[in-house]
Write a protein that binds this ligand. Sequence first.
Ligand SMILES: [Zn+2]
Length: 306
Amino acid sequence: MFIIFQLKDKILDFLTQLFLYLKINLPILLENPQNISKAKIINPTNFFTIFPRRTLKVVVSPHYDDLAFSLGGTITSFSRYNMEIDDLIVFSRTTYTKDNPGHSGGSKIEKNVSTQRLLEEKNMTNLLKNIKISTMGLTDSPTRGVKNIVSLENEEKHQSLPDLEKILLPILKSKIEQGEQLFFPLAICGHIDHILVRHLAEKLLSTNISFKSYPQIIFYEDLPYAVLATKKDQEQTDKIIKKLNLEPLLVPINYKYKLKLIKSYPSQITILTAYLIISWSHNLKRIYQNNNCLERIYIPKKSLKL
Ligand SMILES: [Zn+2]
């Protein structure tokens, strides 16, 4: 049985490389270019205006893996420019693996899975320099017993988690005051934990902190969720982008390097999901008619004058 699985992974791996080489996109990924708003490209000239060299980049990741899947390419550039990166994992206590989708198991399983996932995260960060992992030790929603983890309705339900705000808001506020740049998920497709983390960013935007002249609150597209988003999911995301008055920016990335980072998570995804994530960056390249694979991020419109 094990050999069959290994073989299956090898075949999928081969197909992934082949599809990427032939630049084939899955039909599921084809977005209607009319729906795509104009976006500024980050290039060598404006890169350091948007991402100043000496500011710490803090990626607020709901879970292990969110940084690599959603921002792996962007983070690789930061790392190469010797910028310091903090990989801040909010819900670091979990029972989720792709072989345990129902999150079953007690505290022993939770300990084992959390340890395994931290190890995978370390394997990913070992491929980069200037990156450190911080864990906040909160329990993810399925392990807390929450049902319907990923649903559009979660947006309306206003799931709140007092502990999260109490612990994290003061920390994040002081990071802003120190000039650091914080990256938050958009929560595409409505994963409760991602929504909860995005709410922290919304709180920061609505308090009267004085921001620097570069963007300090930046949103990223949650992957692989963005790939799987239905029309309704996209409409929901558009609403959030409008409500927060955000504009898109495109970051050129090296997809081969991103694929390496993503492969650090065998407990979470199959190679097919890795392919979907990488395909997204090819898809953006095609839609925006750029020469490079891309990741798309969003910043509040008034946070930068280019
Ligand atoms: Zn996540």
